[in-house]
Design a protein around this ligand. Sequence first.
Ligand code: 5GP
Ligand code: ZN
Length: 125
Amino acid sequence: MAQEPRREDGGEPQDDCLFCKIVAGQIPATLVRETDTVVAFRDINPQAPTHILVIPKLHYPDAASLAAAEPGVLADVLREAGEVAGEEKLDSYRIVFNTGSGAGQTVFHAHAHLLGGRGLQWPPG
Ligand code: 5GP
Ligand code: ZN
C-alpha cells in the first residue's frame, strides 16, 4: 500500500537544501533556462563538456517522489532537459537521476543531470 508522503516530501522549500536556495536566488548559479516550474543551471563540477542540472522549483527528495506527487512537473523537467540539449546542439546526450547515496546522490532535491559533448560509455560506472 502506498505510504502517505512525509511532510518534507511535500514540495515546500527546505531551509537546509542547496537547490531550494538556488531556486530562491540565495546562492548564485549559472542559469541557462527558467520556467514557472523548472530551473536549469550549469553543474559546478562538470563531468562532461555539457553538464547541466535541470531541477523542479518544488522540493522533492528524488525523481520518483516528484513523479508520484507532481507528474506534470517531472514531465516539465524532462521537456526542459530536451530544450537545453537543443540549445547546446547535442544530438546525443544522457539524462541521469541519481537516487540514493549509494548511486551518488548528494543533493536530496530532485534533479536531472543532462550530460553530453563527449562519448558516453554504456554500461555507466
Ligand atoms: P548528485 O550527486 O546529487 O546526483 O548531484 C548533485 C550535483 O550538484 C553534483 O553534480 C554537484 O557537482 C552539483 N553541485 C553541488 N553543489 C553545487 C553548487 O553550489 N552549484 C552548482 N551549480 N552545482 C552544484
Ligand atoms: Zn530543495
